[in-house]
Design a binder for this molecule. Structure first.
Ligand SMILES: [Zn+2]
Length: 663
């Protein structure tokens, strides 16, 4: 759910995920811009309460007051309200004040209900927060506004709050009152709160996880859809002689080596720092903390581009048992995360432990298996070298002119006896060859080159969780067949308990047929039956001379689709798009644009989100999609840049990168 975005403000654009250092008005000594800050946050209430600061802010503006010319977010005093119980400013006054001092993004005076309070209190305070949100909209003129999601540790209240304020016209949605949870390492509760909030907030608006300033949690929070962070921690930790790292915190008193390569840590030893005056030391440690925090934000943005953010999250969450708890708690939300997970990525899937089994790619594979054609018998093979369908050719043995697969090279095979199958049809002869592997379970050989079934790596020593998972997948899968032939290796590896009968593997004749393979891939990619609908007529398959992989599929001279080498999926030609459009029922796989966008679409120009009037809600990012008008005439086809929910919600930016117009 992590994304790279651009947040536009009156003082410029900010690339998200972004970290906003907290600036104390009047006390700031570090130039945070030098360390990578493009946006900062300060407190409007503190300015309001101090006559001198207030006067200067009203006269010269808040940018001059804190000497920062980029975007400034101001908080309203809610924190002071939660600390001291009462503050002497009204919601309307604080909104008007923020507008007057030229804040870029202001905040209403919400009630930050602490964690674990009685439900009655959380509900009552939420009502006030919602009233104040409404009032804030009424009080503002041009000010961009935050509206904070509250609701204590009740996920349903968070969800309700997010849904209500999400429908109102706010520019940014902070998720509030999580600091006590973070301070007490209650990361798993933070997961429930953030997911309940984000699931109900509009995708087109940034979310700010308030008070989460330690780089340990950035990756996890971004993966849950948070875009903005604020850090007072860089200075608070420095005051305590503590150095932040993405994997935890070091106390200066315990250090004999500097554990970092930033300019501060390269220049000074722990002894140097300890011998300094407090002020000088604090400033240097704060600089280290900023360096580390911004480096982590950059690392996260790169991981999003590479498509391996969840791998970074898995690494980071191993740094603390309670972060691991949070990672394990994410399992509950795999379905939601799958919606936001791009279908095809630039990087391979790396298995880093049992938590990787909860990744969206695995869930997606399980559901797409159901789209494939059904055969009578199945042969379950152990793993060999990837890609299997290519390397199974190494098992070929020549007998005179006949070539046969010598499956004995893969060990002994058995037939499973007394299997109660769900398939009551008459037993036929068609054979499904399937490899059993972690973490994807069962992989029919026809689709083994489709992302990420070939593009993944897992250790060869199996852990109990993956064994258990794969065992379950095998049991579920074989129900679809009337006869199951299984390798001894698979039986042993996954502790399968079947009655087995010896089987002479040489009785099997394997037949790998490219015409069948392309249909499987199309079904897996577009849905059941898509293969038949796309590939009929005088099918000609052109392979790469270099790699032997399928490249193009023609009907006679007419190109239907090209199989992309990097991820093994089909990119359609206009003829292919027409065939798919004819086959798939509306609104499946479609992005519907209004009449303004129609001529542009026909010319092959990209589709902007604001022109989209309807969409198949199951569309994910990076999917091959059909572009149609309101009458379902095919205009063009292309690649979705966002998922369906995002395309529906965004009013700016590209939705589909058009490959070809139908003009
Ligand atoms: Zn450092």
């Amino acid at each position: 759910m992590g994304r790279i975005g651009i947040l536009k403000t009156p003082h410029g654009k900010v690339k998200t995920p972004a970290l906003m250092p907290v600036i104390h008005p009047g006390k700031q000594t570090i130039d945070v811009k030098k360390y990578g800050a493009d946006i900062v946050i300060t407190n409007a209430y503190i300015i309001y309460k101090n006559e001198e600061l207030k006067e200067k802010a009203l006269q010269d503006g808040v940018h001059s007051l804190i000497n920062f010319d980029g975007p400034i977010v101001t908080d309203s005093g809610s924190f002071q309200l939660s600390e001291y119980g009462d503050i002497d400013i009204t919601n309307r006054e604080v909104i008007e004040f923020q507008e007057k001092i030229g804040t870029d993004i202001g905040t209403s005076l919400d009630i930050p209900t602490p964690p674990y309070v009685k439900r009655e209190r959380a509900e009552k305070e939420l009502e006030i927060t919602l009233e104040r949100a409404k009032e804030a909209l009424d009080a503002r003129e041009n000010l961009m506004l935050n509206s904070v999601v509250q609701g204590s540790t009740f996920p349903d209240l968070r969800a309700k709050c997010a849904e209500i304020i999400g429908k109102m016209d706010f520019e940014v949605y902070p998720i509030g009152a999580v600091v006590p949870l973070l301070e007490n390492y209650r990361y798993r509760d933070v997961v429930d709160i953030v997911m309940a909030s984000v699931a109900n907030l509009p995708p087109s608006r940034p979310r700010h996880l308030m008070g989460a300033g330690h780089p340990m949690v950035f990756a996890l929070a971004v993966a849950m859809g948070c875009d903005l962070f604020d850090s007072a921690a860089y200075i608070l930790y420095a005051q305590d002689d503590r150095l932040m790292m993405p994997t935890g915190t070091y106390k200066l008193q315990n250090l004999s080596e500097m554990p970092c390569s930033c300019e501060v840590c390269n220049k000074y030893t722990p002894d140097d720092l300890r011998s300094m005056k407090k002020d000088q030391r604090m400033k240097l440690i704060a600089q280290h903390n900023l360096n580390i925090s911004f480096a982590e934000i950059r690392t996260i943005r790169q991981a999003i581009i590479d498509g391996n953010l969840l791998e970074l999250v898995e690494q980071r969450c191993r740094a603390h048992p309670y972060l691991l708890d949070a990672l394990r708690n994410l399992k509950k939300y795999t379905q939601l995360m799958e919606e936001y997970d791009p279908e095809y990525k630039n990087s391979a899937f790396f298995y880093s432990g049992p938590e990787s089994l909860n990744r969206p790619e695995i869930l997606r594979h399980q559901s797409r298996l159901k789209r494939l054609p059904q055969k009578d018998r199945v042969l379950l093979l152990p793993v060999f070298k990837k890609p299997y369908s290519k390397n199974i050719k190494n098992l070929l043995t020549s007998f005179g002119r006949e070539k046969e697969y010598d499956l004995e090279k893969l060990g002994n095979f058995y037939k499973i006896e007394g299997l109660k199958t769900g398939n009551n049809q008459v037993m036929g002869e068609s054979l499904q060859v399937t490899v059993v592997d972690i973490p994807f379970g069962v992989i029919p050989l026809e689709i083994d080159e489709v992302y990420p079934l070939a593009q993944n790596e897992a250790p060869s020593f199996l852990d109990e969780d993956s064994k258990k998972m794969v065992k379950g997948k095998i049991n579920e899968y074989i129900k679809n067949f009337s006869e199951v032939i299984i390798s001894e290796d698979v039986v042993k590896k996954f502790d399968l308990d079947f009655d087995l009968e010896n089987f002479n593997i040489n009785d099997l004749r394997l037949d790998f047929n490219d015409k069948e393979k392309i249909k499987y891939i199309a079904d897996y990619q577009f849905g059941k039956g898509a293969g038949k609908a796309l590939f009929y007529g005088d099918i000609q398959i052109v392979k790469s001379r270099k790699t032997g992989k399928i490249r193009h599929v023609y009907d006679g001279e007419d190109l239907i689709a090209t199989l992309r080498a990097s991820d093994g999926i089909f990119v359609l030609s206009i003829s292919g798009a027409k065939r798919l459009h004819k086959f798939l029922e509306y609104p499946k796989n479609r992005v519907v644009v209004n009449s303004d966008a129609e001529p542009f679409a026909r010319e092959g120009k990209s589709i902007f989100a604001k022109f989209v009037i309807d969409i198949d809600i199951n569309i994910r990012a990076n999917e091959e999609v059909l572009i149609v008008n309101e009458n379902d005439d095919l205009l063009a086809f292309g690649k979705s840049i966002l998922n369906a929910r995002e395309i529906k919600d965004f009013k700016i930016g590209q939705a589909v990168k058009t490959r070809k117009g139908g003009k």
